[in-house]
Write a protein that binds this ligand. Structure first.
Ligand SMILES: Cc1cc2nc3c(=O)[nH]c(=O)nc-3n(C[C@H](O)[C@H](O)[C@H](O)COP(=O)(O)O)c2cc1C
Length: 360
């Protein structure tokens, strides 16, 4: 049965989706999925089809039970509406958002571009999202069977010096719907956002964020950073995160760098996928060497197959996330990655925590 469905997907549905404008394909796939998962009995059927479970893949980190280490990165479920479908595809956790305090249309279309030969995407979405008030109404209707991260960012209209209050507004409305909170200070598509990675701006932002989290009911705090930083900048950021008792770091967002021969060179926005793999992995390695067990490390960027997952865990990640690999790989990817990882752990006689950091 699974072989038949995989073949239908790769011979019919995938070519159809890839013949459409990328954002339209995303919307179509999302609404088909949400429609399907609302049918009686479908959630169980979908989970049976896509989910791979093994005790060796379970972890409790900062009080959260992750059934497996393969998550869906932020930006796929920008409204929160796709979660009831996506949670059946075998992910160990899903990060919804980025949500902002203001409702935002994002940048003009087209704003998402495929580069299949390079295994890459470029996006300049610009935090299109329903805003924290409407998002709270969407999230409040949903139950969750796997951990959910709530990713928040700064509203475009809010000046950088008022960023703290803007993040705090989203946190106060949305924190109760998540198992962890992710602060996005690294999208290249909101002008000036990455300046929040500077030492004093980051300290000030984290003070406001921590106050908002304490008021909303404690939950773990992760910070998502950009790949376009020097080793010294990463050290500085890590020092601030540790000083401010942040729980985890998500490495990394998309890059503004381009290879000189890349077809994506002429297209402005954040580049994701294969070209990001080595860079993100190296930053995870550096982070693990500096922070060890003091931060939960979420490795994201260019993960397409099971070996990429193993490489990222060996570099020091506790968890990984996929986005571009999932777009190109399709709905069986999370299960396939987990099956590969569990097989590897068994063959090597290793636990996840023994694997973690063994190549740092
Ligand atoms: C279309 C698109 C939209 C994204 N939107 C967000 C976002 O809203 N917030 C965020 O933190 N990251 C966002 N990202 C970045 C991803 O979460 C991820 O960090 C990045 O794509 C690297 O992972 P990948 O190589 O597996 O795609 C987006 C990425 C893509 C491709």
């Amino acid at each position: 049965m699974q072989a038949l469905l995989r073949s239908i997907y790769s011979r019919h549905l995938r070519p159809l989706l890839f013949s459409l404008d990328p954002e339209m394909a995303h919307e179509l796939a999302g609404s088909m999925g949400v429609g399907l998962s609302a049918l009686p009995g479908m959630p169980e059927l979908l989970s049976g089809q896509f989910r791979f479970s093994a005790d060796s893949l379970k972890q409790n980190l900062v009080g959260v039970d992750f059934p497996n280490p393969v998550g869906l990165a932020a930006g796929f479920d920008k409204t929160g509406e796709l979660f009831p479908f996506l949670e059946h595809l075998g992910f160990g956790f899903i990060e919804s958002g980025t949500f902002t305090a203001n409702i935002q249309p994002g940048n003009v279309r087209p704003r998402l571009f495929r580069f299949p030969e390079e295994g890459a995407l470029v996006n300049r979405m610009g935090f299109n999202n329903p805003g924290a008030v409407a998002a709270a109404a969407i999230l409040g209707e949903q139950r969750r069977n796997i951990p959910r991260g709530i990713n928040v960012g700064k509203s475009k209209a809010t000046p950088l010096k008022l960023a703290g209050a803007d993040y705090a507004e989203s946190i106060s409305r949305l924190a109760r719907f998540g198992d962890y909170l992710a602060i996005n200070i690294s999208s290249p598509n909101t002008p000036g956002l990455r300046e929040l990675q500077g030492r004093s701006a980051l300290r000030e932002l984290l003070l406001a964020v921590k106050e908002a989290i304490a008021a909303a009911g404690a939950l773990p705090l992760f910070v998502k950073i950009a790949p376009d930083i020097t080793p010294a900048e990463l050290d500085m950021i890590l020092a601030v995160l540790l000083e401010m008792s942040v729980d985890g770091v998500i490495i990394s967002n998309t890059t503004v760098e381009r290879d000189e021969h890349s077809a994506a060179r002429a297209v402005p926005g954040g580049l994701s996928g294969r070209p990001l793999r080595e860079r993100s992995c190296e930053l995870v390695r550096q982070c693990y060497r500096a922070a060890g067990d003091r931060l939960v490390i979420v490795g994201v960027g260019g993960i397409f197959n099971g070996d990429d997952v193993i490489e990222r865990l060996r570099a020091g990640a506790h968890l990984v996330q996929v986005y571009t690999g999932f777009v190109y790989g399709g709905p069986w990817l999370p299960g396939d990655l987990n099956r590969h990882l569990a097989g590897f752990l068994e063959a090597e006689g290793l636990s996840l925590s023994e694997l973690r950091g063994s190549g740092a």
